[in-house]
Design a protein around this ligand. Structure first.
Ligand SMILES: Cc1cc2nc3c(=O)[nH]c(=O)nc-3n(C[C@H](O)[C@H](O)[C@H](O)COP(=O)(O)OP(=O)(O)OC[C@H]3O[C@@H](n4cnc5c(N)ncnc54)[C@H](O)[C@@H]3O)c2cc1C
Length: 494
């Protein structure tokens, strides 16, 4: 097997596929190796968060996902009765999209195909290595051994990541101690309403319609909370647990998928070792609560993709960004650590709260998040809307005054009004994966970015005048986060 790839991605899950698209968009040659010969039919994830939709909108493909899913304006934290309200979030997508992971992967693989990504199914990576010039993998496809070389290797190969293990990167954390049950099943007499979520001293239950008579039933059963994750789950076992928690099994039958999942929580000690990177479940695993693993992983992929492309295509060095690839771990490891924390907290509230004290804690928190500020803080955390990177990546020239309040903030898809009266969308200017300098006030300031890697637009942002007071220009990264903002006073003085 040969390849002229500049990047090898191990794993064609949602994270590997999105990363490959982001690289191909910038003209980088990428080969994705996937051991499965066919896409997975079952869907672990059902929730796509608003920030992931924004990311897809940044590249002009969000509509494909919206067309296949159903927007839901609220979500949950630890299955508490008070829902998280996304509708107040400042975004074109103030909701979660109900979309099975199998559809997400199907749409990503189709997009990868359009961009010319070389996805090789049935190819299992068995060993990896690197030196100062590049990285390589060896493996087997159709019984035939192969070796592929490239400039960089990314492990998007899931929780048991071979790439992570071979690179010797520690996966620190907590072992599985509690488990829950999952069944995609038919229900003869489903509970009324769109979805059911309940919690009591016997445990917790969620019933979510998947289409037709198919439902996902998730049970946290106090009586079976210590059963190991590997123990097989039977339909009878799921039905009995459902009855214990809800007093009814809703006529459960015809299982399509029965499984257990655990509260195992681990975070890779580093996301990079030389020319090898980790993204998605290869870097972080946790209790699937609040619909986050795939979303955070896809956001890892976006963060890494444009940076690798910037380094390979020369934009980074031409723009004076010395350590762009190091910034991947600097920015995303703290996001993984926050994910670790919030899912562990949810695990305590969902799987360790059956006694009166635990029930009282749940009731207290549920009351507290009725307050709009706390509710919004959690909604921003889980959705990814709240992520703000700590530092500017671009060197700021001496004498340039920066408005620090903008550094690292994500931008929603603002409408921009141009001097000729036309209106365009901010995200449209980022669709090619390049930087954007948005001049909102005076002209005159020269961007330090390499011309091939930046578009410059002069426009007003209707409705945002107060927010942008004192700002002359926003230097926006390809992922829609502000790198830094130039103060008006500085421009006036140049
Ligand atoms: C019950 C449940 C519900 C969930 N719900 C949500 C949700 O609503 N929202 C959400 O955001 N997340 C959710 N998640 C988490 C989500 O499913 C994962 O975070 C997501 O699949 C991670 O994507 P990935 O691409 O990193 O890894 P994976 O999806 O695991 O993909 C890794 C790929 O790498 C391939 N691979 C592995 N090893 C090799 C090798 N050696 N060679 C070649 N290929 C290899 C695998 O075959 C696989 O296709 C849920 C998880 C569970 C268990």
């Amino acid at each position: 097997m040969t390849s002229n790839a500049e990047i090898i991605v191990s794993g064609a899950g949602p994270v590997g596929l999105l990363l490959a698209c982001e690289l191909a968009l910038a003209g980088v040659r990428v080969t994705v190796l996937e051991r499965r010969t066919e896409p997975v039919a079952q869907s672990r994830a059902l929730t796509m968060h608003g920030r992931t939709l924004e990311m897809l909108a940044l590249r002009g493909v969000a509509d494909r996902f919206l067309a296949r899913g159903m927007p839901i304006p609220s979500g949950h934290f630890a299955g508490l009765p008070t829902r998280l309200d996304f509708s107040a979030c400042d975004s074109t997508y103030p909701f979660t999209l109900f979309l099975p992971q199998s559809v997400t992967e199907q749409l990503l693989e189709a997009w990868a195909g359009e961009l010319g990504v070389d996805v090789r199914r049935g190819a299992t990576v068995e060993s990896t290595g690197q030196d100062q010039d590049g990285a390589w993998v060896t493996g087997t496809r159709d019984g035939t051994p192969f070796r592929l070389d490239a400039r960089y290797l990314v492990g998007a190969d899931g929780a048991r990541s071979l790439v992570r293990r071979q690179a010797g990167i520690a996966f620190d954390g907590l072992p599985p101690t509690k488990t829950a049950m999952l069944g995609d099943v038919l229900l003869r007499s489903p509970p009324p309403g769109r979805a059911l979520s309940l919690g009591n001293p016997a445990g917790g239950l969620m019933v979510v319609p998947l289409g037709g008579e198919l439902y996902r039933v998730i049970v946290v059963d106090a009586q079976e909370i210590d059963v190991p994750v590997e123990a097989p789950l039977t339909l009878e076992g799921l039905a009995a647990a459902t009855r214990r928690v809800a007093g009814d099994d809703y006529g459960i039958h015809a299982p399509q998928w029965l499984s257990r999942f655990s509260n195992q929580t681990c975070l890779a000690q580093s996301y990079r070792q030389g020319r090898i990177f980790l993204a998605g479940d290869a870097a972080h695993i946790h209790l699937p609560a609040g619909g986050q693993g795939m979303n955070v992983g896809m956001q890892d992929a976006m963060n890494l993709g444009w940076k690798l492309a910037g380094v390979l295509r020369g934009g980074a060095s031409a723009s004076g960004i010395a350590s762009l690839l190091d910034s991947y771990e600097a920015e995303r490891h703290p996001v993984g650590a926050a994910l670790y924390r919030n899912t562990l907290a949810q695990s305590a509230l969902m799987m360790n709260s059956f006694d009166p004290a635990g029930q009282a804690l749940r009731a207290t928190l549920s009351e507290l998040i009725k307050g709009p500020e706390l509710n919004a803080a959690l909604a921003h955390d889980l959705s990814g809307f709240g992520i703000r990177y700590a530092a500017a990546l671009l060197p700021v020239a001496q004498g340039v005054e920066v408005c620090a309040r903008w550094t690292g903030r994500r931008l929603p898809d603002w409408p921009l009004r141009h001097a000729d009266g036309t209106v365009s969308s901010l995200y449209r200017h980022l669709a090619g994966g390049r930087w954007l300098v948005l001049r909102v006030a005076q002209d005159g300031w020269q961007s330090p970015l390499d011309d091939d890697w930046v578009e410059t637009v002069t426009a007003a942002v209707p409705g945002r005048e107060a927010e942008l007071d004192g700002v002359a220009a926003l230097v926006v990264r390809p992922d829609g986060h502000v790198d830094h903002a130039i103060a008006s006073a500085m421009v006036a003085n140049t």
